[in-house]
Design a protein around this ligand. Structure first.
Ligand code: MTE
Ligand code: MO
Length: 432
């Protein structure tokens, strides 16, 4: 449709020809003043700024002392991870602590809010006692102290980690009315620094029969997974740092495996052993879990790469829009296959779509932030986002995705997420 057809405005600045809730970046920018107007009606009386210059209480007292390790403002204390503890207090560190994606912006997850997925809690590992063994089908078995690992050349990359059980709660029979992060927050994105795994494998000398690598953690579950060699020689990293500091214990301190774009489970934390093998080991963690049941009774095993996906984080489930007017729709998108090429947003439950602006799309296997201005007219609306990656894969509608699997499917849900905005401004999780 020609944008010039939309220039007839009412005195309120609303185009009479536009359908309710239409979204358009140019309209938003042209009418930025209207947003300021909303703020004025929200209580900022003219002249309030000048009065404010007289000084708030904190402007008249000496500030707090330095702290050794900084913390967020006390006013941000409610921003915390969402716990999913299937065994309750019996196993308080088992399950997941999901990132409050609904409260965050940009693409980096603060380390303290990184999602945590653990099968047997977080071990308290002394880095001086911890060793990484590299053995099996190699010419020279090696054992690395953490100090030894530090002496290798390192690389720094920004990658997401998504649990393949993310969005499990979007498969409940009824849509859960909980924050976006409690449903879709089993994902985070950090800057990781470490040693390319390839370098250690080259040093050990892989034998020709070696085709897979078993990775095992030092937690009491001894979580372990089999990894095809091609990935370990590609972009796999032995990560030691997260967002500039040593890994957090919950992320695998003192050392973890990082397999960019692959299901989070394979990025073995608290890494203690890598064993080169001829075939996959078929560990408990890759047979009893992380398989996808099909309608004909069979199951898919080894679904490594995470699908193309996106979710609108603002506005999202359990939020309330205080009044009609301009909002910025904001969300995250990612793909295990590489870069995000496009994110489209719909405000009418998928009938029409508009391209959103992207931040960070030059990076592969990294979160991308998408944003789009939106005018909420006060009518009911259904907000959705749909991502496309550089391989041309498009995020599927929920019904289409579900139809591929048996009813007890639990993993790899990358289907489109829908948030319904009611006439009262309430935002609800809905299935479309
Ligand atoms: N040793 C070990 N590694 C592990 C796990 C575990 O329980 N033990 N959980 C896995 C799972 S299921 C996921 S999704 C990722 C999560 O990484 P994060 O907690 O840093 O987000 O770690 C993986 N690595
Ligand atoms: Mo996971």
């Amino acid at each position: 449709m020609d944008h010039n057809d939309r220039t007839k405005r009412t005195p309120m600045g609303r185009s009479v020809s536009e359908p309710p809730g239409r979204i358009d970046r140019r309209t938003f920018l042209a009418r930025g003043a209207a947003v300021a107007g909303v703020a004025a009606s929200a209580g900022l009386a003219p002249g309030a700024n000048e009065q404010g210059l007289a000084g708030q209480p904190w402007e008249r007292v000496y500030g707090a002392a330095f702290t050794g390790y900084g913390q967020p403002s006390r006013f941000e204390l409610p921003v915390v991870r969402h716990f999913l503890r299937p065994y309750g207090d019996l196993a308080p560190g088992t399950g997941a602590a999901l990132t409050p994606i609904e409260s965050l912006e940009g693409i980096i997850t603060p380390s303290s809010l990184h999602n945590v997925r653990s099968h047997s809690g977080t071990p308290d590992i002394d880095p001086k006692q911890h060793q990484l063994l590299l053995h099996g089908l190699v010419a020279r078995p090696l054992e690395f102290s953490m100090e030894a690992l530090w002496r290798y050349p390192m690389t720094t990359r920004t990658y997401f980690i998504e649990c393949s059980g993310n969005s499990l709660r979007a498969l409940l029979p009824q849509p859960a009315q909980i924050p976006a992060g409690a449903i879709h927050g089993n994902i985070s994105c950090s800057e990781w620094t470490g040693v390319p795994l390839r370098m250690l494998l080259d040093e050990a000398g892989l034998l020709p029969q070696a085709k897979w690598l078993l990775a095992e953690g030092a937690d009491s579950a001894h979580m372990s997974r089999s990894i095809p060699l091609a990935k370990t020689l590609d972009d796999a990293m032995i990560a030691l740092f997260q967002n500039g500091e040593r890994l957090r214990p919950e992320q695998g301190y003192p050392v973890r495996l990082l397999l960019p774009g692959w299901e989070g489970n394979m990025s073995v934390k608290w890494l203690r052993r890598l064993k080169a093998t001829e075939g996959p080991t078929h560990t408990k963690d890759e047979t009893s879990k992380y398989t996808d049941p099909l309608p004909d009774g069979r199951a898919l095993q080894f679904t490594f790469e995470m699908g193309v996906k996106s979710v609108i984080t603002r506005p999202s489930s359990t939020m309330t829009l205080p009044r009609p007017g301009f909002y910025e729709i904001s969300g995250i998108a990612w793909s295990g296959a590489g870069r995000i090429r496009r994110v489209e947003v719909s405000a009418d439950g998928g009938a029409t779509w508009v391209d959103a602006a992207l931040t960070g799309e030059e990076r592969a296997k990294c979160l991308v932030r998408f944003r789009l201005p939106w005018e909420w007219t006060g009518h009911a609306a259904v907000l959705q986002s749909r991502a496309t990656d550089e391989k041309g894969r498009v995020q599927p509608p929920r019904k289409e995705w579900i139809a591929q699997f048996a009813p007890d499917i639990k993993f790899h849900n990358n289907s489109i997420v829908s948030w319904a905005v009611g006439a009262d401004g309430s935002v609800k999780n809905v299935y479309v």
